[in-house]
Design a protein around this ligand. Sequence first.
Ligand code: DOR
Length: 444
Amino acid sequence: MPSDFCLLLRQARILLPSGKFLLGDVQTCGRKISQVGPQISTSVDMEIDATGLTLLPGVIDPQVHFREPGLEHKEDLFTASCACAKGGVTSFLEMPNTRPLTITQEALDDKLQRAASKCLVNYGFFIGATPANLPDLRDAKPTCGIKIFMGSAHGDLLVDHEAVLEPIFAQGKRLIAVHAEDQARINQRRLEFAGITDPAIHSQIQDSQAALNATKLALKLSKKYQRRLHILHLSTAEEADLLRQDKPSWVTAEVTPQHLLLNSSAYEQMGTLAQMNPPLRALHDNQVLWQALLDGVIDFIATDHAPHTLAEKGKVYPNTPSGMPGVETSLPLMLTQAMQGRCSIAQVSNWMSTAPAKAYSIPKKGAIAPGYDADLVLVDLENYRPVLREEVLSKCGWNPFEGWKLTGWPVMTIVGGQIVYERGQLHTEVRGEALSFGDGEIGR
Ligand code: DOR
């Protein structure tokens, strides 16, 4: 498509930045939204009749594991970005536990180059903290932030001692995102529960206390240095309660759809497919996390898309990897919740687009307004369709919500003014762009 290509979406139900809906038209020219109004009369290259459909800002998924380089048998940047396009995810922030680890400028540059050549949607990458890469953490760019695995990581990416964490919090300003689990407690409980092969034990080994301990430590260090902190995939009622009482303005937190919608009862049906880190918890945790999200204690939603093959998941616990895919179903999952009255469509869009854009200081994304990037998703809120394994685009070939009947499926996804997905068809020639990030000092 030429760079001055103009598109007109006609008579959509448009979600405006105010949270209200407008029945009207949106025009995009090149990569930007140029006009929004009740009826736009102008000549364009292509008109799309969006009658009966709802137009939302494209989803920004701020925590995914796309496996390239090094683990491409599970997923790669092309297959993952196809799955994003289908799921209405127009931008993603990807984690550093690839091979090699993304812990240097060189590894970051390599990922950016790979993404530029094969990603259908926009992309940004975290740099991973190790006990020994402080200069890289300070200087590498462009990056959305520093990822610290306080637990649940192997090898160099594990940074689990306060004495090693402290200088990372003390030096520099950029956002630190933590996977908060207490590795020492997990190690000790692995010994206590050794020999048990029922995957349900996973939630007891990596228990709520392990998550709470690490979240407390991250908060303590963030407060000591007033360091911008983001707590990834909050999973427990206890952490939500802690943040409700004590959440500095420079701290944000996220939750995954699976920690809202699934709990440890899922092991019975799903076995190791329900195994993830931090683990699924109890129904009570689902409820408290929902309330924290509704109340703004939790700021936004991420999928933690972490695909593993069915063969890997088919081993016997604890030899099974943790993680589940998410980008294809996160938006319909949450929109279905909205349609069932649990929250509003505007809240879903805020949690899945506007708020992550703000938290990571991504300019001109997360709203449908003139001058904003033309990253859009047109969804159908009227039809329910089940999640089917045979329709999964992620290379792992399965989804934790198979069989769930969802509405709000994307009908069309637009990235930078280009149609990348349309009624089941991908336009695989479309390429996203590298995201840019502000100084990450939001809320200070
Ligand atoms: O369950 C998980 N799997 N949680 C993580 O944080 C990492 C991920 C993975 O990379 O497989």
